[in-house]
Design a protein around this ligand. Structure first.
Ligand code: NAP
Length: 212
């Protein structure tokens, strides 16, 4: 299938491209910074420059994909403004682009417990932005799957997770999130589900099978 990934130079996205490729997919990687093009290409995606904060309509960059993945984020150094413009509005623009292009499938990388306000003002804006984006996707009519990881680490992948609709707090390597995202994309039974994910004991494929 043809997959468009928004935030294609992100840390999870860069781990995701090789998995998607090895599953036989073609990837368009939407990037903000043209300097990232070569790196994204080496990871297996065709880079397309698209700054989701600068563009109102990102459908031209999404192209003729069969599925879209939201892997973008304003990042830890950013203020509240960019939580709204990337984490919320970027995800909303991807919903609109999917609808405009007739693309049904949307996999969202969100954040665990986005509905529970906590932390400082910026973190609260981040959670609220994620929560609003997820709500919009659930109500979009698209074939969505929302994956909400706990705290991300750069540890090596364990390939084993705990996956479920409402988990306690935990952490997970970005590489394992990439595996989960690639697996749910391929599994139509995950459509219409929103799951938290943290490191656990169950191989990713089995963890998904238990829930669908
Ligand atoms: N950190 C955590 O513990 C945690 C926990 C749960 C969920 N999450 C979420 O998981 C997701 C992926 O995490 P990650 O660590 O892989 O993120 P990341 O490395 O920060 O990657 C985010 C990507 O979004 C891109 N981006 C930012 N603004 C953009 C714009 N205007 N237009 C296009 N692309 C833009 C960035 O591009 P540049 O490279 O050009 O900046 C970057 O490549 C994020 O949504 C994050 O919020 C994080």
């Amino acid at each position: 299938m043809k997959v468009a990934v928004l935030g294609a130079h992100g840390q999870i996205a860069m781990l995701l491209h090789p998995i998607l490729r090895s599953n036989g997919n073609q990837i368009t990687g939407l990037i903000r910074n043209p300097d990232h093009a070569a790196e994204v290409e080496r990871a297996g995606a065709k880079p397309v420059v698209c700054d989701v904060e600068a563009e109102e309509d990102i459908s031209p960059a999404v192209g003729d994909a069969d599925a879209v993945i939201f892997a973008a984020g304003a990042g830890p150094g950013s203020g509240a403004e960019r939580k709204w413009s990337v984490d919320r509005d970027g995800a909303l623009k991807l919903i609109e682009a999917a609808k405009k292009k007739g693309i049904r499938r949307y996999v969202m990388i969100s954040a665990m417990k986005a509905e529970e306000p906590r932390g400082n003002e910026v973190f609260q804006a981040y959670l609220e932005a994620k929560s609003q984006a997820d709500k919009a996707l659930r109500e979009s009519g698209l074939d969505y799957t929302i994956i909400r990881p706990g705290r991300l680490t750069d540890d090596l992948p364990a390939g084993r997770v705990t996956l479920g609709p409402d988990l306690e707090s935990g952490e997970i390597p970005r590489a394992d999130v990439a595996t989960v995202v690639a697996e749910v994309l391929e599994n139509q039974g995950t459509i219409g589900h929103q799951w938290d994910v943290v490191s656990g004991d169950i191989p990713v494929e089995n963890a998904i099978k238990r829930l669908v």
